[in-house]
Every structure is written in C-alpha cells, then in structure tokens.
Design a protein around this ligand. Structure first.
Ligand code: NAD
Length: 267
C-alpha cells in the first residue's frame, strides 16, 4: 500500500517560475500533487501551456500559465499579478530561471555579466519583492529558491553561476531575518548534477571545449558522485515541496544541498 505523506499544503497557492521543463516543471508537478493551486511561467507560450496541461491531466490541480520573461521587470509583474488575479494571493514562491551561459572569467564580456545579473540575480529579487505583500496579507508564506551546488563549490567554466548565486544567498539570508516576524520562511536548494536539458547542454559544451566525447564527460562526472548517478528533477522537487510545507515550519535561512554526495566540504 502506498504511504501518502501529507505535507499540509493542500489548497495553498504556489508560484513556480521558469517551469515549462526541467526543475521548475517537476516542482510545479510536485505542488500540484500535494493539492496546491499552481501558477507557472516561461517565455514561450507553446511549451508552457503543454506543461500546464500535463500537470492538470495528471493531478486535476488548478494550473495557471502566464507567458513571461523573468529577466524583465514587466515579465515578473505580469506573472505575479496574473497568479494573484487567478487565485487571490500567494503562499509559496519558487524563484527560478534558465541557467546563465557557460564561460570562464576572462572570456565573459560586460554585456554577458549584465545579462547574467538580470537573469540570475535580479529575477530572484524581483520575484520575491513582488510576492511578499501578498504573503504578508495572508499572514505567512514560504520562498524556496532554486540555486546550485556552485554556492558551495565553484563549477569550472560557469563563472556567472559561481559568482551571482552567492550574491543571492547573501540576499536570501538577509531576507530570512527580515521577514521571519511576518511568518515568511526563506530557504534555497543547491542541486548538483540533475538530469535535465540544461545538464545535457553543459556536458556538450564541456566535451567540445575539452575535445572529448559527451559520453566520456558524463562518465567522468558520474565517477565523482558517490551515489553514482545524476539526480532526478522529481527528487529536487520533493525537497522544495518539503521546505515550502508546514513540515518545515521551523526551517528558515537554510540552503539545502541535493547532489548525491558530490560536495566534499564539511559545511
Ligand atoms: P532547463 O533548461 O531544463 O529549464 C529551464 C526553464 O527555464 C525552462 O522552462 C525555460 O523555458 C525557462 N526559462 C529560461 N529562461 C527564462 C526566462 N528568462 N524567463 C522565464 N523562463 C525562463 O534548466 P533546469 O535544469 O531546470 O535548471 C533550472 C535552474 O536550476 C537553472 O538556473 C539552472 O542553472 C539551475 N540548476 C540546474 C541544475 C541541474 O543539474 N539541472 C543544477 C544546479 C542548478
């Protein structure tokens, strides 16, 4: 008999940004399975609506899909306002965006740094800032940001992620202290290698850069992971759903790793 773990978030409104595929989509599906009303966004309406339909079909949940670019202020506003119009407020927010482009310190241009800042850092700030008033009105809420293992251990040739995500951690740690009095909790997850299109692309780039075959790059990566495999998007989604739920009511200001044991540091 299946054991159902009720996370206590049935009926809550969960916003998941950048959710037409990958970690965002799996997270939206996890909230829908828990009985949440779910709002998702991505830039392209086609894949976004396909994701929304798949989530509705599988879970019967209410799902609102808002085409929006989280790199832009008006994109964030239309996503958050659209969700509030549809569901009356926000209880849970998962800031997320596509990963910043690969590149090493000396090859990245000012323009790439500026775009990375908008995509990775400012999108998080804007999504959270726009959602907090509604969470306050509802006397509480939870933010769980999708970050990366790069906040603990830099990943080669991903300097934008290594640098900008650390800034987000600083901002979220400050925020967790500022909004705790409003019963809003702020946490993040730091995934290692999770099987999504993003990792396939990063391995292709690494293979090209090092003149190796993508399958050899992947085999070498797997050897470094004590659990011997890439993670599944659903496994990251389960952690996010837990951190957003009442089961994690005393957890705030934490960045939780999920990497199959890859990170070797003590803390
Ligand atoms: P993905 O490429 O599979 O999916 C990215 C999603 O973001 C897509 O739905 C895409 O349409 C959407 N998106 C991209 N840019 C957007 C924008 N400007 N506005 C709105 N939507 C946008 O990637 P993923 O693997 O799901 O990764 C999600 C995030 O997690 C990325 O920031 C990535 O760097 C980070 N991350 C991923 C892994 C991993 O192993 N997959 C590990 C650590 C961190």
């Amino acid at each position: 008999m299946a054991v159902i773990v009720d996370l206590g978030i049935r009926g809550k409104v969960a916003l998941v940004a950048a959710a037409s595929q990958g970690l965002g989509r799996a997270t939206a599906m996890a909230f829908a399975r828990e009985g949440c009303k779910v709002a998702i966004c991505a830039r392209n309406a086609g894949p976004l609506n396909a994701a929304a339909n798949a989530i509705r079909t599988e879970t019967n949940a209410e799902v609102v899909a808002v085409p929006a670019d989280v790199m832009r202020t008006d994109g964030v506003t239309s996503f958050v306002d659209g969700a509030i119009r549809a569901f009356g407020g926000i209880d849970i927010l998962v800031p997320n965006a596509g990963g910043p482009p690969a590149g090493s310190f000396e090859t990245l241009t000012d323009e790439q740094w500026a775009k990375g800042w908008e995509l990775t850092f400012l999108s998080t700030v804007r999504l959270v800032r726009s959602s907090l008033p509604s969470m306050r009105q509802r006397h509480g809420g939870a933010v769980v940001a999708i970050l990366s293992m790069s906040v603990r251990q830099p990943i080669d040739n991903l300097v934008l992620s290594n640098a900008l995500r650390l800034g987000i951690v600083g901002a979220l740690k400050s925020l967790a202290r500022e909004v705790a009095k409003d019963r809003i909790r702020v946490n993040g997850v730091a995934p290692g290698w999770i099987a999504t299109d993003r990792t396939v692309e990063l391995q292709r780039i690494r293979a090209e850069r090092e003149s190796r075959r993508p399958e050899d790059v992947q085999a070498a990566l797997l050897q470094e992971i004590p659990l011997g495999r890439m993670g599944k998007a659903e496994e990251v989604a389960d952690l996010i759903a837990f951190l957003a739920s009442d089961r994690a009511a005393y957890i705030t200001g934490v960045i939780a790793q999920i990497d199959g044991g890859l990170y070797r540091g003590i803390f």
